[in-house]
Design a protein around this ligand. Structure first.
Ligand code: FES
Length: 103
């Protein structure tokens, strides 16, 4: 299912934003180079919102214990998290940002 989650203009480069299309908690990432990615907003270590963390290059750093998650693969690059978070395809149509969730 393709869900509209934001307009491109409201996503500052280098920012994170929590969105909840159809009740799915997603951390929407706007990289400094303008790219937009979507990963699950719950850290795989504990129940912490990654959108409260910081962007470090193309990784999101968890605000609790500092594991960093690749925005393209969802994989952590360091402990304590060991499991990836989900990733979701992003589509840009004009100024509209859509995320693909579920089937
Ligand atoms: S809750 Fe994210 S690294 Fe611990």
């Amino acid at each position: 299912m393709r869900c509209r989650v934001a307009s491109l203009g409201e996503l500052e480069p280098g920012s994170l934003r929590r969105v909840e299309p159809e009740g799915t908690a997603i951390c929407l990432v706007r990289l400094n180079d303008g790219g937009v990615f979507a990963i699950g907003d719950e850290c795989s270590h504990e129940d912490i919102e990654l959108s409260d963390g910081d962007l470090d290059g193309d990784e999101v750093m968890c605000p609790a214990h500092g594991s960093c998650f690749d925005v393209r693969t969802g994989k952590p690059s360091g402990l304590p998290a060991t499991a990836p978070v989900p990733t979701y395809p992003v589509h840009i149509d004009g100024d509209e940002v859509f995320v693909e969730i579920g089937d």
